[in-house]
Design a binder for this molecule. Structure first.
Ligand SMILES: C[S@@+](CC[C@H](N)C(=O)[O-])C[C@H]1O[C@@H](n2cnc3c(N)ncnc32)[C@H](O)[C@@H]1O
Length: 365
């Protein structure tokens, strides 16, 4: 189900580039010597550089020494743990394909997709596991400004379905709107419109016995993420899978989960680190020639203007942080995809204080 053609095409381009450089080295040996010297220089500089563990892969934007000791330790541990759990595909699809049967056959387990945009993440979850999925969105964009570490601020209202870009994607992927909601397109999905600050609690109250099996967080901002975790906390169970689409942003979803798990002394373990789900929208473009055009534009935009710039824009700090401080495994992992690898999943293995709070509640009933 992991239809990552975008990345297959990028890998083919990479192999093409390597072959062209190898041929050029064969015919112009001085090129081989130059490349060899540059690599040697880089290796020496990496050896001398002391900045290991201060930057997280894919961003290299914020020096984590700005945080207190506890959070910094959490980030460092997170990265060493995640490196053992790299996957090449999309974390959400990977997790969903492992969800096929409910934990308990007659259970009322919820699969929640928080932040759906034109709805493909929700439909894809349902396609893979064949179950009902609930998608939440304002459909009028972010409800607060989103500062991505020390980089750009993405303004409140971004990702509204009225934006020309969204309108184009709706058309090209065959999604129609009905009273402002994206169509289910034959899948058992239900979209809930409104800010999760208003919709999530009543939605759960209407399903008092339902636990959350899959919690896909793609609301992007720290505030919305923390609010959703707090609102859903009584419905998490051992075995709940939480997928965070933008986890490797240290002032966003990671920070929210860090505070949440600490407050309730949750037990949990990381499961996967892979690609974000957004780009699967391109795989859903219906006309093949348009899809190919989207692949090419997406690859070019990512490497020329998007986050991929940090790999070659030598006048930026991120370039030096990446090439000097990223572990070699991370460098190959990052270069191997034309897209963001910030998506991380984890499993709740023990409820900590949440269990005690629930027992206390039952006793007082
Ligand atoms: C990055 S987009 C989601 C992309 C989608 N998961 C996909 O793969 O195509 C983030 C979405 O979250 C929505 N959003 C952000 N904060 C929200 C909130 N508090 N309540 C409801 N929707 C919110 C935005 O409207 C936006 O559509």
């Amino acid at each position: 189900m992991d239809r990552t053609n975008l990345h297959r095409i990028w890998k083919a381009i990479l192999i093409g580039i390597i072959l062209v450089v190898a041929m050029a080295c064969y015919f112009v040996p001085v090129l081989l010597v130059t490349i060899g010297l540059l690599l040697l220089l880089l290796l020496c500089a990496r050896f001398a550089y002391q900045g290991r563990d201060r930057y997280i892969p894919n961003l290299y934007a914020r020096d984590i020494r700005v945080y207190d000791d506890d959070y910094r330790t959490f980030i460092v541990r997170t990265l060493s743990d995640l490196r053992k759990r790299r996957i090449h595909g999309h974390t959400l699809l990977w997790e969903t394909s492992r969800l096929a049967t409910p934990c308990h056959p007659d259970s009322d387990e919820l699969l929640l997709d928080l932040g759906v945009w034109i709805g493909w993440s929700t439909r894809l979850i349902s396609d893979i596991c064949g179950r009902t999925v609930y998608g939440f969105d304002t459909f009028s964009g972010l409800v607060e400004d989103w500062r991505v570490d020390d980089q750009t601020v993405i303004k409140r209202g971004t990702f509204s379905l009225s934006e020309p870009f969204a309108q184009r994607f709706l058309r090209d992927t065959g999604v129609t709107l009905h009273e402002g909601l994206p169509a289910a397109l034959g899948r058992p999905v239900q979209f809930v419109r409104g800010s999760t600050y208003d919709t999530l609690a009543p939605f759960l109250a209407a399903r008092p016995d339902a636990s959350i099996r899959l919690f896909h967080m793609d609301l992007d901002t720290y505030e919305s993420c923390l609010h959703a975790l707090e609102t859903c906390k009584d419905r998490f169970i051992e075995g709940s899978i939480l997928v965070f689409d933008e986890y490797l942003v240290t002032n966003g979803e990671m920070r929210a989960f860090y505070e949440f798990q600490r407050k309730y002394e949750l037990e949990w373990r990381y499961r996967a680190w892979g690609l974000e789900i957004w780009e699967m929208n391109i795989e859903m473009v219906t006309a093949p020639w348009k899809r190919v055009a989207y692949y090419i534009v997406a690859i070019a935009l990512y490497w020329l203007l998007g986050d991929g710039r940090y790999a070659w824009a030598c006048f930026s700090r991120r370039f030096w942080r990446f090439w000097l401080s990223a572990p070699l495994g991370d460098i190959f992992f990052m270069l191997g995809a034309a897209g963001q690898r910030k998506s991380v999943s984890l499993e709740i293995t023990g409820l900590g204080k949440l269990e005690r709070i629930r027992r206390g509640d039952q006793r007082s009933d």
